[in-house]
Design a binder for this molecule. Structure first.
Ligand SMILES: Nc1ncnc2c1ncn2[C@@H]1O[C@H](COP(=O)(O)OP(=O)(O)OP(=O)(O)O)[C@@H](O)[C@H]1O
Length: 263
């Protein structure tokens, strides 16, 4: 077995209480290991610490205990080796689509000709070559998220971290976006952590689905998803797919009920 690419070791997070209120334990000590090219989706009830976990891996937050290692090196802050895509559209409104995708490359000091080549490649991957010179506000939500994915991939991160990236999209667009991202992963490979509330999406995309318990969250199960690649929307009608979806629905349902009873 190859060495793990990402190791989450015993990380927990307690947020201090504000104005006399009690501190919030957002995450119980949590371990997670990802091999190179793993595609892990994370499911769990609202408030169980999924975003907190992802933000710590991204280096946007620090754990109260434990540490995260990328290729054996402790993560202490954000870095170009991790690309992040959020649910809300985070493009720079004053930059064109091309400039948004090339932003990180310019920051790195890459030559203009190399930036153009890389940006053209990723705009093509996400089907937005014809919109390179548009402004973000001229694009639909789905197109803006495709730009955000291209921007994250253009930096060639070791790990792609996605926090409910398709959560604000309508169902049809969401399904197409799932296939688009999975197609890119099948072709280029990448290590991915993808947080979602959508059980079908979690099963469709993943090599492994991780579920988290109600707050304070911890990992409650890891389910391998062995359906062959390339996958397309027809997989969602497969009886084995339905079985896995039902198993996870029952698990998450129990956690949501537990979370609701905590108030
Ligand atoms: N900066 C913060 N200060 C105080 N509490 C916080 C902070 N960030 C998150 N929390 C709390 O920590 C818990 C976990 O939050 P987190 O956003 O990680 O959950 P989540 O599983 O991603 O939720 P959702 O699915 O609703 O997005 C929540 O109770 C939240 O209110």
């Amino acid at each position: 077995m190859s060495a793990p690419e990402l190791e989450v070791k015993g990380i927990s997070r307690v947020f201090p209480g504000r104005r006399g209120s009690k501190p919030v334990q957002a995450l119980s000590p949590t371990d997670l290991t990802l091999e190179k090219n793993d595609f892990v989706t994370i499911l769990g009830p609202s408030g169980c610490g999924k975003s907190t976990l992802l933000r710590i891996v991204a280096g946007l937050d620090r754990p109260t205990t434990g540490a995260v290692y990328l290729d054996g090196k402790e993560i202490r802050g954000p870095g170009a080796d991790r690309g992040m895509v959020f649910q809300s559209y985070t493009l720079f409104p004053w930059l064109t689509i091309r400039e948004n995708v090339g932003f990180g490359l310019r920051e790195k000091g890459m030559k203009a000709s190399a930036i153009k080549e890389t940006v053209d490649l990723y705009l093509d991957r996400v089907g937005l070559s014809a919109f390179a010179d548009h402004w973000p506000k001229q694009l639909s939500g789905g197109m803006q998220q495709r730009t955000a994915i291209a921007r994250a991939l253009a930096n060639d991160p070791k790990i792609l971290l996605l926090d409910e990236p398709f959560g604000a999209l309508d169902n049809q667009t969401r399904g197409l976006m799932q296939e688009l991202l999975l197609g890119i992963w099948e072709r280029d490979k990448k290590t991915v952590i993808f947080v979602t509330h959508d059980i079908e999406e979690a099963v469709f995309m993943a090599s492994r689905v991780v579920t988290m318990s109600a707050r304070p969250g911890r990992i409650s199960s890891v389910t391998p998803v062995d359906f062959a690649h390339p996958r397309d929307y027809r997989l969602k009608a497969d009886p084995e797919f339905a079985k896995l979806r039902m198993k996870l629905t029952e698990e998450i349902r129990a956690e949501v009920i537990a979370a609701a009873s905590q108030g």
